[in-house]
Design a protein around this ligand. Sequence first.
Ligand code: SF4
Ligand SMILES: [Mg+2]
Length: 442
Amino acid sequence: MEETLQHHTYTKDNAVFPFCKGCGHHHYVNHLDEALFALNIDPKNVCIVSDIGCIGILDSLFATPHTFHTTHGRSTAFATGIELADGILRNSKLKTIVVIGDGGATIGLLHLVNAALMNVDVTVILANNFLYGMTGGQHSQFSPLEFVTPTTPAGNIVPPIDICSIMKSCGATYIKQAVATDKNLGSIIADAVNHPGFAMVEVLELCTEWAVPFNKFDGKTMNEKLRHSNDGGVPQRKDFATLYKEKVLGNLKKTIDDTVTPAYTSALNGSRRIVLAGTAGEKVQLASFLYMKSAIASGLHATQKNDNPVTQGSGFSLSELCVSNDEILFTGIDQPDAVIIASADGLKEVLANGTLSRCVAETIIIADQTLPEFECAGKISRLPLRALCTGSRAALSALAALNVVKGWISQDALWEMIDGKFKDKSGSFHRDIEALMPFIKT
Ligand code: SF4
Ligand SMILES: [Mg+2]
């Protein structure tokens, strides 16, 4: 007879377990459901983040909480991100629960270490059945000594990871071990979920398919596997989101005030996508950033994506800008409205990455006049960018001149941004930009 769930508040009505008969995962699911039932949390505020393996298919049994199925070993990293977004931006409404097996815990061990070190408010419930059940019963780094599996037919000769000790050494504030059949496992899980900060429950279970036929394990043997380290975590300390809000966020707001007020307007209808290409260190990405902020100050939406070689400070520097009067849901550029090429490094890159081949007849290309000839479907204007403005002002001057001609964003907003950044008291920036304008073909 198929085993069904005992409660129906969080799980699907009449859910049928996908696990093999007698598998410890049945107890695991029932106890997790029981814990959520006991805590009576709004299912909208529960996020179950599952890993790969037989235990990872548990999320399909849950009807009402959020479920998020992740890649092998990475569930704790995903959960950390979810929790930090919730804890910092939304006042910690979510209970984030990681469902992971011993395989996932081995592969993603450093994610567990990091989550425990940070003390993120995440609950990890580790289903440790000492082997990789889903992929053929291979032994894992959690297999006990002498454990027989298809890959350790003579018995495992390598001692298992002591995850409780590792977590404790990383400052985890709640650590428990239990056997899946323990009657009080539900309340242990409930305590873990309720615990403010990182919590881990290691649930020892048996895989009936691969462990039971080859190993003599009974309740007594399982209880003997409970380690002496099952004495809880380190004393309570503040969780990461709380500490971050207390110690970092306030100071960040004081030192980095990048809030832009939309004090200007723009008549732009639709979106414009601009590629800036030049040389690293010549303020290409800064030009893009100032334009993006000016677009936001013009009441528009704007995005910026940068690229450079791994070396960061040498070779090309590229930036892709989108400005739009609508929300921008795609930040890539298939067909640019304008391409600014400020140097030979920039030209090499837009040729190599296909930007120029994606231009159409309407695309405005502004290139420094010293660059070699190149093929492109767009309208090419050759400007004395570097001779007139110097390399470090070439990209921004070209972008500002283009904007004066096209009026995509408020020029007043852009002037304010440029003047605020460069303290252009002599007005040379303005004069250079005006001198460039007649060269632009539109
Ligand atoms: S293979 Fe093992 S771990 Fe997987 S469902 Fe079957 S008994 Fe459970
Ligand atoms: Mg396993």
